[in-house]
Design a protein around this ligand. Structure first.
Ligand SMILES: [Zn+2]
Length: 151
């Protein structure tokens, strides 16, 4: 399982985390899912963090916003293939809360660590299994630099 993404889209997620620091940013990844389980990101969609009660270490996406993103993706023949959020001054590793609040089996959950306002590590985790017994597996991120290769 691999998450394929353009460098510019990866940077977009990481910059979003820097901009919302010290709060968590969040958003959705829209793209294609192939038969082997590999995903290709076509667009990064920023979302507002609904967790105003604890925005430094929680994130939430409005249901209505998700429905709109899913509808727009379907119109383009794509789907929601993942979500991303940031961890201000914490490692790019999923938390117990992240697992508890993750419900989209087969989707990628991308986490960027933002330390002192600067994005550092970015990791992706695949949500596997049914609601009972669900878990995260580490997922490779394949970054495509070709768009910037030409001088
Ligand atoms: Zn988290």
């Amino acid at each position: 399982m691999t998450l394929r993404i353009e460098r510019a889209q990866l940077d977009e997620m990481r910059e979003h985390g820097e901009q919302t620091y010290p709060h968590e940013c969040c958003g959705a990844l829209v793209g294609d899912l192939n038969g082997a389980g590999d995903k290709t990101v076509k667009s990064v969609v920023r979302c507002g963090n609904t967790r105003t009660d604890s925005p430094r270490n929680r994130y939430g996406i409005e249901a209505s916003e998700l429905i709109r993103i899913q509808r727009d993706a379907a119109l383009a023949g794509q789907s929601i293939i993942g979500f991303y959020h940031s961890h201000p001054d914490c490692p790019a590793k999923w938390s117990a809360t992240d697992l508890k609040e993750a419900h989209w089996t087969g989707c990628s959950y991308v986490i960027t660590s933002v330390e002192n306002g600067r994005a550092s590590m970015t990791n992706s985790f695949l949500l596997v299994g049914a609601e009972r017994g669900k878990h995260f597996e580490e997922e490779a991120i394949d970054v495509n630099d070709s768009a910037q290769a030409e001088p």
